[in-house]
Design a protein around this ligand. Structure first.
Ligand code: COA
Length: 363
């Protein structure tokens, strides 16, 4: 019987060859250069392959990401590069690799799992649900200039420390090392733009494109709003085409500026999300409510059902997948009219919880 397992170190190149062949047949760069922190020998224990007679038939991987948010720190397992050779599909191989990734997530104490896919039905079977928010602004013409005396530069000759310093000011961000930023700067088919003051201070940066994905989508940015929007305008002007700025729901100031400028936007989901460790998530959510003074918050499992509410006013949910939508959106507490108004008010004080994965980390 075919069994999923982690590749051996000496099999790493073989795995990359398999993934290049399956997923990047038309690319001039190897797929591991797009995901340098996930598809790397140091993450090989988090890869899962099914192999027969020396040929790899199927692969999936998980990459743990520690993400800080205002209310909690989450260990998120990002799952990606899920693929089976076409001649071996529909035989349960990806299911086995997914189960192996879920077991790895448990062994590494992941709270949440995330993945980005258009095959939603396949992943719903594993408890993933489209959840969270992602607001995409379509900038189809340059916006009014906002800052004076700034210099915008295209290129990756930037001190990673300076990028990291701006990035770490985000309220929701993964923990990144300097080395990781250095590796992200080398991702092919990506453009890095930076805005500098007249005293050569880095004011903002923006990145569009990432290997085969996200062309004209600015998926990674940080810094001052004015300088960021000047970068975006500069890019729209110099590249002479519309760009898409991907913005978290909780970036309220930036969204207000863009909305006031009447920039068209559409709302999507952050990812397919699975609550992987219910107890850990429940503890973090309850702590967030208590920190705001709501000490009678209830979120627990009873007889296989999720019970939530405030004080004596309790409600039940059958599916953890529904909980992801309540905790991280897009469900809003206000639309849950079956909940008493006073309880809705308490829940809406915290929910939906801010959650985001910046583009360089997505896999
Ligand atoms: C999506 C993909 C990864 C699935 O791989 P797979 O190995 O065929 O997956 P499985 O065999 O485990 O499951 C596929 C289907 O076969 C069914 N199946 C599972 N075991 C089976 C078995 N023993 N016999 C027959 N069918 C089976 C599953 O229920 C599933 O049904 P669904 O299509 O209705 O969801 C594969 O189609 C693929 O590589 N696609 C291209 C790459 C891609 O798009 N990857 C996703 C990027 S995130």
């Amino acid at each position: 019987m075919l069994k999923p397992r982690s590749p051996e170190q000496h099999e790493f190149d073989h795995v990359v060859d398999f993934l290049n062949h399956q997923l990047r047949a038309d690319s001039t760069w190897p797929i591991n250069s797009e995901y340098p922190t996930a598809l790397t020998p140091s993450n090989i224990h988090n890869m899962s392959i099914i192999e027969e007679g020396g040929s790899i038939l199927s692969h999936a991987l998980i990459k743990p990401i520690i993400t800080k948010t205002p209310y909690a720190i989450y260990k998120i397992g990002a799952i990606g590069s899920v693929v089976t050779d076409p001649s071996h599909r529909q035989q349960g191989l990806s299911t086995l690799n997914m189960q192996n990734c879920l077991a790895k997530a448990t062994a590494q104490d992941c709270d949440l799992l995330m993945l980005w896919t258009d095959k939603t039905e396949f992943y719903q079977k594993f408890g993933f649900e489209l959840a969270g928010f992602e607001q995409t602004y379509v900038i189809d013409k340059p916006l009014p200039t906002r800052s004076e005396n700034i210099r915008i530069v295209k290129g990756t000759q930037v001190d990673p420390q300076a990028l990291l310093k701006l990035y770490s000011q985000h309220s929701v961000a993964s923990v990144r090392t300097l080395d990781e930023v250095q590796q992200y700067l080398k991702i092919p088919n990506a453009n890095v733009y930076t805005a500098w003051s007249n005293t050569n201070q880095l004011l903002a940066y923006a990145v569009d494109g990432k290997g085969a994905d996200l062309q004209t989508f600015i998926h990674e940015w940080a810094g001052q709003i004015d300088a960021l929007l000047d970068i975006v305008s500069h890019v729209v002007k110099t590249e002479n085409q519309p760009y898409h700025l991907m913005v978290p729901q909780h970036a309220k100031n930036l969204r207000k500026v863009l909305d006031d400028l009447q920039v068209f936007s559409h709302r999507g989901f952050l990812a397919m999300i699975r609550i992987h460790n219910f107890e850990a998530i429940a503890t973090k959510v309850k702590k967030a409510f208590r920190a705001e003074g709501y000490d009678q918050i209830v979120l627990e499992k009873q007889h296989g059902q999720i019970v939530f509410g405030y004080g004596q006013d309790l409600y039940t949910l059958d599916e953890e997948a529904d909980l992801a939508k309540i905790l991280f959106g897009p469900a809003t507490i206000d639309e849950m009219t079956f909940i008493k108004p006073e309880t809705r008010k308490v829940l809406a004080a915290i929910l939906p919880l801010p959650l985001w994965v910046w583009g360089w980390d997505s896999i």
